[in-house]
Design a protein around this ligand. Structure first.
Ligand SMILES: NC(=O)c1ccc[n+]([C@@H]2O[C@H](COP(=O)([O-])OP(=O)(O)OC[C@H]3O[C@@H](n4cnc5c(N)ncnc54)[C@H](O)[C@@H]3O)[C@@H](O)[C@H]2O)c1
Length: 340
C-alpha cells in the first residue's frame, strides 16, 4: 500500500516507518518537523515526506494514498496544558479535516493514534476494555475522544477508520522522548543514580514498547476490513499493566547501583487504569506484544550510555514541553506552534 504516515518525524513515527517499509508498504511522511533535532544516536533515515503543518493539509497530500496512519499531534497531557486551544485545533479539528480529505480522496483505511488516556482516572479495580466509560481528564485526552467520535461517524463501505488506543509507550527511538514514564525514570537513574518517583507510586500505568505499537499498526493495516472496521482497540499487553512503583523497581534492577526514592506525595497526574487488551488479539489472530518493561529498561540503559545522554538534553531536548517552550523563546516556533 501507499501509506501516508503523519508524525513520521516523531518518537513513534521514526520507529514505525521502517516497520511499515519492511512489510512492503511505500511510506510517505507528513510532519511539520517540530522535533527534527531531538535525536539521540543514529537516525535510520526518514522516508520521503511533506514538510507541512497539519492545519494546512490539502487534497494533494492524500491523493493516490491507500491508507493514512495519523500520528501527528501535540502528544501528551502537559503539552495540551501548554495551549489547550492549540491542542483542539491540531489534535481535534485538523485530524478530522485530514480524515475528511482522505475519505474524499478514496483512502480506504484510516488508522488513528488514540490513547488509553481516554479512560482517565478509572481506578485499579478490574480491567477496562474498549466499552468502558471514557473519562478524559486533560485537553489532550479530550481531543482524542472527540476525534474518535467525529471520524467514527464518517465510516462507510469505502472508508474504514480504526482507533488504536495505545498504552503509554516506552523504549528507544532515535527521536527520543524522555517525558514518558519508563524512558524518564531510566534517564534520571542513569544520570543521577536515583530512581525518583514523584508520587506514592500507586497509579496504574499500562506500558507498551514503541516497536510493538508499530507492529500493531502494521497488523491493523493488513487485517481484513470486517475485523477492524470502525472499531477501537486497546494496544498493549496485560503483562505490562504495572504500577509506577513496579516500573521503578524494574529500573532499579536495570541500572547498577541505583537507589529507589518514592516521595509519597499525591501525584500531579490523576490517571490510573488497568487495561484489557484482548480485543485486538482476537481481531488480529497471531498478534501479541513482544517487549517486557524489564527488557525495555535494559535497552534504554544501553542506549543512553552508548549515545552519552546528557542531563541538559534529558531535561530540554528530549522533553517535548521544554523543547517547544525553548523554541518559542528563541523564535524558531511561533505562538501557534508553526515553524518560522
Ligand atoms: N508516546 C506515547 O506514549 C503515546 C501513547 C498513546 C498515544 N500516542 C499518540 O501517538 C502519536 C505519536 O506520539 P509520539 O510519542 O510519537 O509523539 P511526538 O511528539 O514524538 O511526535 C509527534 C509528531 O507530530 C508532529 N506534529 C505535531 N504537531 C504538528 C502539526 N501541527 N503539523 C504537523 N506535524 C505536527 C511533530 O513534529 C512530531 O514529529 C500522538 O498522536 C500521540 O498522542 C503516543
Amino acid at each position: 500500500m501507499r501509506v501516508l504516515l503523519t508524525g513520521h518525524k516523531g518518537y513513534l513515527g521514526t520507529v514505525m516507518a521502517p516497520v511499515l517499509a519492511a512489510e512492503g508498504h511505500e511510506v510517505i511522511g507528513l510532519d511539520s518537523g517540530l522535533f527534527d533535532d531531538c535525536v539521540l544516536g543514529l537516525l535510520p533515515g526518514d522516508p520521503p515526506g511533506h514538510r507541512v503543518d497539519l492545519r494546512d493539509v490539502g487534497p494533494e497530500h492524500v491523493s493516490g494514498i491507500d491508507a493514512v496512519i495519523h500520528l501527528a499531534a501535540l502528544s501528551n497531557d502537559p503539552l495540551g496544558a501548554l495551549a489547550p486551544q492549540l491542542t483542539y485545533d491540531i489534535n481535534h479539528h485538523a485530524a478530522v479535516r485530514l480524515a475528511e480529505l482522505a475519505r474524499a480522496a478514496g483512502v480506504s483505511r484510516f488508522l488513528y493514534a488514540s490513547t488509553c488516556s481516554v479512560y482517565g482516572a478509572s481506578g485499579g479495580a478490574g480491567l477496562v476494555d474498549e466499552d468502558a466509560p471514557l473519562r478524559p481528564v486533560t485537553p489532550y485526552a479530550e481531543s482524542k475522544v472527540k476525534v474518535e467520535g467525529d471520524v467514527g461517524a464518517m465510516a462507510d463501505d469505502d472508508f474504514t477508520p480504526v482507533f488504536m488506543r495505545n498504552a503509554t509507550a516506552f523504549g528507544y527511538s532515535p527521536r527520543l522522548r524522555a517525558d514518558i514514564v519508563l524512558n524518564n525514570l531510566v534517564g534520571h537513574a542513569v544520570l543521577s543514580g536515583e530512581v525518583l518517583v514523584l508520587s506514592d507510586g500507586t497509579p496504574w500505568r499500562p506500558l507498551v514498547h514503541a516497536v510493538d505499537i508499530a507492529r500493531a499498526f502494521a497488523a491493523a493495516l493488513a487485517a481484513p476490513r470486517e475485523a477492524v472496521h470502525n472499531r477501537a482497540f486497546n494496544i498493549g499487553t496485560e503483562r505490562n499493566n504495572v504500577t509506577v512503583a513496579e516500573i521503578a523497581e524494574q529500573v532499579v534492577e536495570a541500572v547498577p547501583g541505583a537507589r529507589l526514592r518514592i516521595t509519597g506525595e499525591a501525584g500531579a497526574d490523576p490517571r490510573s487504569y488497568r487495561v484489557d487488551f484482548s480485543r485486538f488479539r482476537e481481531a488480529v489472530p497471531g498478534f501479541d506484544c513482544q517487549w517486557s518493561v524489564k527488557d525495555g529498561a535494559v535497552e534504554l540503559v544501553e542506549a543512553y550510555q552508548r549515545f552519552a545522554l546528557t542531563s541538559e538534553d534529558f531535561a530540554r531536548r528530549f522533553t517535548r514541553l521544554a523543547w517547544l517552550r525553548d523554541r518559542m523563546d528563541d523564535g524558531t516556533v511561533d505562538d501557534t506552534l508553526r515553524g518560522q
